[in-house]
Design a protein. Structure first.
Length: 74
């Protein structure tokens, strides 16, 4: 996204490099955060239930194993 915008600016001969430099410096961080925020939110939405489920399933399995071994020990 940012690379295509930069390439589009560089291919236009009417823009001078000083304006392009100021434009890139002022908008790079903002456009990076705007571009990555939905992706990060999407990954968090996907991975938080998955990691929670893995944590719960691991604890449940270990708890069941503990219960089985203690009942067998009796």
């Amino acid at each position: 996204m940012i690379l295509s915008v930069t390439l589009a600016y560089l291919t236009l001969p009417c823009h001078n490099l000083n304006y392009l430099n100021k434009k890139i410096k002022s908008t790079t961080l903002l456009s990076v955060t705007e571009a990555t925020t939905p992706m990060v939110a999407f990954l968090v939405l996907i991975f938080s239930p998955v990691s929670f489920w893995m944590f719960v399933s691991q604890n449940t399995y270990s708890f069941q194993g503990h219960v089985l071994t203690s009942s067998q020990a009796r």
